[in-house]
Ligand binder design. Structure first.
Ligand SMILES: Cc1cc2nc3c(=O)[nH]c(=O)nc-3n(C[C@H](O)[C@H](O)[C@H](O)COP(=O)(O)OP(=O)(O)OC[C@H]3O[C@@H](n4cnc5c(N)ncnc54)[C@H](O)[C@@H]3O)c2cc1C
Ligand code: FES
Length: 314
């Protein structure tokens, strides 16, 4: 059973911070107070929210990357889905952080949000990651921006399941596209854990880049396979949680199936409504015990699914 929010609604959040942390990566901090604080305070890792960015200003011309110039002016009719990389309850307020990558007109506009701005949000939506009952080790496998919800999961696992060992794997094309603020700090250096964000939760991390500019040279899934080959742990005691590009998720699902490890993955689809009405976010799923398939909705039935359910396209 995935964890589902019963409390979704339209809320207003106030921007607390919006920090550039990499070439095109930002971390947006949103504060919820009053009636909005409780539902977001209970948001589970893997759930998401739909942000209304249609009234948000575009950056100045020179601040728009060349490859996005053509699409920058496009009207934004629909809200955009984002998951949370951190949720913190402070008294009667909840602060939710979103890690985002600037890829088009809505995320370009997001970069101009500044402290004190208000933003309309629907959420928390969807089904998050289910917690690891009976497991000894949780492996978090992130590709690019997939790191966001897995950072949130890392925080919850270490707080609520202190006896479970957590290991994080983070992959990207090259070092500069790893969506992390700090590559190293004192804690991570002393522990030998390369990602400070995970080291802050006491979590060992392994980095993989396609070009070898940081960590393991190759895909994060090959790094995971090598690690599994030498870890000496029983498959039944492990669980994999993964988020990232679909090709990577397909490989993670294949590894999990071959090794017989339980695995949950967070899928992405274009989402027009985010609440199960428009049917734009279909995910083809297997029907247990038959060759038939059904279409489930990423926004409502997911975005987190058991990896053995999904029919991946080639
Ligand atoms: C459940 C969920 C959680 C998400 N969480 C995050 C997050 O934490 N951080 C983050 O940076 N992004 C996240 N995304 C993706 C984010 O919603 C899109 O990047 C954003 O909508 C892009 O809007 P845009 O107008 O800037 O670009 P658009 O012009 O809408 O898109 C730019 C390019 O990205 C592709 N794209 C856009 N949205 C999706 C999608 N949902 N699935 C596959 N391809 C897409 C488009 O095809 C296009 O090529 C999430 C998506 C989903 C479904
Ligand atoms: S986004 Fe509309 S049904 Fe899923």
């Amino acid at each position: 059973m995935m964890v589902c929010s019963e409390n979704k609604d339209v809320f207003s959040a106030v921007v607390r911070s919006n920090k550039k942390i990499g070439q095109r990566f930002y971390r947006l901090g949103l504060e919820f107070s009053g009636d909005c604080a409780e539902p977001f305070g209970k948001a589970r890792p893997g759930q998401f929210a739909e942000l209304d960015l249609c009234g948000t200003a575009l950056p100045r011309g020179e601040a728009i990357p060349e490859d996005l110039c053509d699409m920058a002016e496009r009207n934004i009719l629909l809200r955009r889905p984002f998951s949370f990389c951190d949720v913190t309850v402070k008294g009667d307020k909840t602060v939710v952080d979103i890690l985002y990558d600037v890829v088009g007109p809505a995320t370009l506009r997001m970069t101009t949000l500044s402290a004190g701005d208000s933003i309309s949000i629907i959420g928390p939506l969807g089904n998050g990651f289910a917690m690891p009952s009976g497991k000894e080790t949780a492996l978090l496998v992130a590709g690019g921006m997939g790191a966001g919800p897995l950072l949130h999961l890392a925080k919850v696992l270490t707080a609520d399941y202190p006896n479970i060992k957590v290991v994080a794997f983070a992959g990207a094309k090259t070092a500069t596209t790893l969506p992390f603020e700090k590559r190293l700090d004192e804690v991570s250096e002393v522990l030998g854990f390369p990602l400070a964000e995970f080291a802050g939760y006491g979590i060992e991390s392994l980095v993989a880049t396609d070009d070898g500019s940081a960590g393991y040279k190759g895909f994060v899934t090959d790094c995971l396979l090598e690690w599994l080959g030498r870890c000496g742990l029983a498959a039944k005691d492990m669980i994999i949680y993964s988020c990232g590009p679909e090709k990577m998720l397909a490989k993670v699902a294949e590894i999990a199936q071959e090794k017989n490890i339980d695995c949950q993955i967070s899928m992405e689809r274009m989402m027009a409504c985010g609440i199960g009405i428009c049917q734009s976010c279909a995910v083809e799923c297997k029907v247990a015990g038959s060759n038939e398939t059904v279409y489930k909705l990423c926004c409502k039935d997911g975005p987190v699914f058991n990896s053995n359910e999904i029919v991946f396209s080639n």
